[in-house]
Design a protein around this ligand. Structure first.
Ligand code: FEO
Length: 168
């Protein structure tokens, strides 16, 4: 059993996770177009992370006897100025997602839904990592002035990222 309010809110969150996937795929495509394949790889892995988040919400809602209903995903931004701008946007986006997860947790507490609280705890922790990962790279990019040899070094570093499904 799950309340209608929580069901609606989780459906909205599934939509936001899928939008995040779409948004980061758009960033990956831009980074490919300017030849930064390591940066592109970072966002392609992030795309997989976001799909994992969406599916974790999907599975939870189904297990709780709710109904997943998919909604429109709006077109993401497609033009960017630089890797610095991309990481500024990605960091802002993760902060926004953290706010949504906190709102969901507030609702689960209000509804006294312990299973939902337990499920959302995972996301609360995950968002700490999500924000930190974007902020760390943004700070490195700012340190090197966003260009030159330093940019290529970061590109090489980001080429190493691989998707490891988070522990359930
Ligand atoms: Fe699904 Fe990047 O938070």
């Amino acid at each position: 059993m799950i309340s209608k309010k929580l069901e609606d809110a989780i459906n909205y969150q599934i939509n936001r996770e899928l939008y995040s996937e779409y948004y980061y795929l758009s960033m990956a495509s831009y980074l490919n177009s300017i030849g930064l394949s390591g940066f592109e790889n970072f966002f392609l892995v992030q795309v997989e992370e976001e799909r994992f988040h969406a599916m974790k919400m999907y599975n939870f809602l189904n297990e709780k006897g709710g109904r997943v209903t998919l909604q429109t995903i709006e077109a993401p931004k497609t033009e960017f100025k630089s890797p610095v701008e991309i990481f500024e946007l990605a960091y802002e986006h993760e902060k926004l997602v953290s706010g949504l997860i906190n709102g969901l947790m507030d609702l689960a507490i209000k509804e006294n839904d312990h299973a939902a609280k337990n499920h959302l705890n995972w996301f609360v922790e995950e968002q700490v990592e999500e924000e930190a990962s974007m902020e760390t790279i943004l700070n490195k990019l700012k340190l090197i002035g966003g260009e030159g040899q330093g940019l290529l070094m970061i590109d090489n570093e980001l080429a190493q990222r691989i998707f490891t499904p988070p522990a359930k």
